[in-house]
Design a protein around this ligand. Sequence first.
Ligand code: AHG
Ligand code: MN
Ligand code: MN
Length: 335
Amino acid sequence: MNLASKNLISLFEFIHEKEKGFPYANGELSQLLRGISLATKIINREVRVAGLSNILGSTGYYNVQGEEVKKLDEYANEVMIKSLNLSQSVALMGSEENEEVILSNAEAKYVILFDPLDGSSNIDVNINIGTIFSIFRKVNENCNLEDCLQLGLKQVAAGYVIYGSSTMLVYTTGAGVNGFTLEPSIGEYFLSHPDIKMPEKSNTFSINEGNSWGFEENLKKYLEYIKIDDKATKRPYKARYVGSLVADFHRTLLKGGIFIYPASKKEPNGKLRLLYEANPIAFLAEQAGGLATDGNKRILEKQPKELHERTPLYVGSKQEIELIHKFLNETIVLQ
Ligand code: AHG
Ligand code: MN
Ligand code: MN
């Protein structure tokens, strides 16, 4: 395909255009997104040859989450931190892999939370993984942890990169959701999925039913309901579960459906982290016309208390989230 023949818009031309209308636009946000873009291109290069470079497997130690740190987790984390420091565009960073926040350029006006490598359990088996980020404007001149503990509603930008059959960057600044595909021979992201809208309804559900022994009864009733054979209501639903939030959400964003990581006896607050998994995913979902809750309230209205706190996550098509809430709030009976 002759790239010149297509009127391709690069990520930076797009940001530059968009930022013209962006309040407080002085290029710092595009500088920050440039830092993320560079980091993810470097991570992408390692991901694409992971089997050949000594980047597979475990580091042998455990992070603040008590989870085994894979070599690519550590590598992606180092690349994100270095690239963001070089961009001079963040005052503070919070990473899944670091117990405390990381100070960067005190003069900068943004703070960033990120999951440098999402879906670590899939790295060694060549299944889609990703990087997730969430950006706020700092609230304190001498910014500190409190600047990271803002309501998700306050995010100025959020997005992810999915290292899949192609590498895509999907982000929002609150004016819709746009997807960019990396053209590896040029090393540039180009607009490929403008103004993404999540289908209002779709019969695909995504949950790890291996944990169902510990699910609340109403969730079990919902899972029974969607498996009943009833063509009129497009049941049974299709089951799809990758085990990488970025991959399961990317499918839900484009095709609709529902992704659930609920609270359970095994994980009373769920497994996913509010600041650098649920909040950015919820911002994207709502910007694309979907919904995201913790089973009770809107994710974006949850007041974070800790950097690594976890939350249950129900995210997806508007009608699918409304349906499951009828079960969770017991306003529906099995038909
Ligand atoms: P991370 O690799 O950053 O720790 O995230 C993994 C998360 C998320 O990507 C995925 O949805 C979930 O873990 C899968 O958990 P289970 O393996 O318990 O289903
Ligand atoms: Mn993750
Ligand atoms: Mn991770």
